[in-house]
Design a protein around this ligand. Structure first.
Ligand code: AMP
Length: 104
């Protein structure tokens, strides 16, 4: 998707500190962390918001949670928050779906 910041990070056009990448998603550190560890888990498929999810996206969304679990283990986190901001009124600023992983 043109002019999508996260699509540009996925395509390597904008740098990010990546912590995980596979065929379905990337995870990288948030540029403006709101916790000691703040990672964004982002599907490669451009879906603007949770409100745009369709049948067929179930596996992809489940995959994001498996990657959160993997990152929690690799970062030795004892616990963390997972957050999704949905829509402008839900505090979403980047309109490419992502899960925040936050740990202090
Ligand atoms: P949201 O408000 O849920 O859309 O969250 C967007 C997040 O993306 C914010 O926490 C920003 O700090 C983060 N962010 C914005 N630009 C970048 C970037 N270039 N690299 C990493 N994180 C970013």
């Amino acid at each position: 998707m043109e002019n999508c910041l996260f699509c540009k990070i996925i395509q390597g056009e904008i740098p990010a500190k990546k912590i995980h990448e596979d065929e379905h998603c990337v995870a990288f550190f948030d540029i403006n962390p709101k916790a000691k560890t703040h990672v964004l888990i982002v599907p490669k498929k451009h879906i603007p918001t949770l409100m745009d999810l369709e049948r067929g996206d179930e596996r992809l969304m489940g995959h994001l949670f498996l990657i959160a679990n993997k990152i929690g283990k690799s970062e030795n986190l004892e616990g963390y928050h997972l957050q999704m901001n949905v829509g402008e009124k839900g505090g979403q600023e980047i309109f490419h779906i992502h899960v925040h992983l936050l740990a202090n």
